[in-house]
Design a protein around this ligand. Structure first.
Ligand SMILES: C[S@@+](CC[C@H](N)C(=O)[O-])C[C@H]1O[C@@H](n2cnc3c(N)ncnc32)[C@H](O)[C@@H]1O
Ligand code: SF4
Ligand code: SF4
Length: 364
């Protein structure tokens, strides 16, 4: 009989500190969250700090976690939480849409955040970005955030990795290669591409009552979009593989890029061979303290009632883990199931810093 693999510890920890957002992305529905309804239920600063201390006691120092949401910079206490994490020896990353962080540049540059991942869906055609993000002017603001923070980082010699996250959409396929060229030309740390998911799976958790994998199939509309992309997307991914081989900083692994090509050609084909891994790698805490291993499944516990470790080992988690291993949903193609990706955001950046330091110190 196959020996059951010993349960390790989570590798990808996400703090979705709010579901609220000021954009209206066509791919997402978090923005439908009504602030006055959810704010009283969001975890407090003290509750998040306790979670950080509990995680440190369980996982030790040196692990990474990522602030996400909604738009995480809508919570003014994000900096206090980042400082607390830093004081415990925990590494901090954050996602952002870059839309309303202009007044926060100084604070971000001086904060212990070591990896900032800005979402950008186009570079040559601002309209494509703005349309996909649902608000005019977002292209300009996100670009300003990228350039200003990079300049501040360089001037202050801060270890702040600046990365780009791009969804591959039927509308932006002509933008994908120029985005990689933009990253290389402007010495941005790197770029990660994500396949498009159904917008309902990016729904505010407050309203997501009972989504289970048995009720969640690939919606017709999404399948149609993948069909539209098929030929061109394969060409684009082939070019991405060549560019990665030539040294462009593309964080998606070769394994995932190859899998994407097969997926575009025939989604059902590739999915037969990929097992979902999220049950033994992911640990996501939503704004209300619920913990999920899979973002599409029901919570396995609430951090207000049990410690992070107890939840990881409880019966709900074990059941969820079993379900994830045999899950047939198409989101096995998404980045959270290709575990090297997000970790690479940080590791690649750290390696570059080490190489730079070695050069400065004459290889010592
Ligand atoms: C839900 S957002 C939260 C963080 C922040 N608000 C942002 O947009 O960067 C996290 C990432 O998911 C991406 N995203 C949104 N809708 C998506 C979808 N339907 N499929 C795949 N990724 C999506 C966003 O572009 C962003 O890079
Ligand atoms: S993808 Fe991010 S920016 Fe867009 S609506 Fe969702 S949470 Fe907001
Ligand atoms: S494929 Fe993985 S991430 Fe998607 S629903 Fe199944 S278990 Fe969850």
């Amino acid at each position: 009989m196959e020996k059951e693999k010993e349960l390790g510890k989570p590798q990808q920890i996400t703090f979705d500190i709010t579901d609220r957002c000021q954009l209206k992305c066509v791919t997402c529905s978090k923005w439908k969250t009504v602030a006055s309804e959810v704010m009283p239920s969001e975890l407090t600063t003290q509750e998040w700090k306790k979670i950080l201390s509990d995680l440190k006691n369980w996982l030790g120092e040196g692990f990474w976690f990522c602030f996400s949401g909604g738009e995480p910079f809508l919570r003014p206490d994000i900096f206090e939480l980042a400082e607390h994490a830093h004081s415990l020896g925990i590494k901090v990353a954050s996602m952002t849409n870059g839309f309303s962080i202009q007044h926060l540049y100084e604070k971000i540059a001086d904060s212990p955040i070591e990896s900032l991942n800005l979402s950008l869906n186009a570079i040559n055609n601002p309209l494509i970005h703005d349309t996909s993000r649902g608000r005019e002017g977002s292209y300009e603001k996100t670009l300003d955030a990228i350039f200003t923070l990079k300049k501040m980082r360089d001037e202050r010699h801060k270890p702040l990795g600046i990365n780009i996250a791009t969804i591959m959409l039927p509308e932006n396929l002509d933008e994908i290669i120029p985005l990689v060229e933009f990253v290389t030309k402007n010495k941005i740390n790197g770029i990660m591409f994500q396949l498009m998911d159904d917008k309902e799976s990016f729904h505010g958790y407050f309203y997501q009552k009972s989504c289970t994998t048995s009720t969640y199939k690939m919606p017709k509309e999404l399948r149609q979009k993948y069909k539209e992309m098929e030929k061109k997307a394969t060409e684009v991914v082939n070019r991405l593989i060549e560019m990665k081989q030539a040294g462009h900083s593309i964080y998606n692994s070769y394994e995932q890029l190859e899998a994407m090509k097969i997926f575009f050609n025939n989604p059902d084909d590739i999915l037969q061979n990929i097992k979902c891994d999220v049950g033994s790698t992911n640990y996501a805490i939503d704004p209300y303290g619920n913990v999920r291993l899979c973002f599409n499944m029901l919570p396995v516990g609430n951090i207000k009632e049990n410690s992070p470790e107890e939840i990881w080992e409880n019966e709900n988690s074990q059941k969820c883990r079993e379900m994830t291993k045999t899950c047939k949903m198409y989101c096995r193609m998404l980045n959270c199931n290709f575990k090297h990706n997000f970790a690479n955001f940080n590791k690649t950046f750290m390696q570059k810093c080490i190489n730079k330091l070695k050069k400065i110190c004459g290889g010592k």
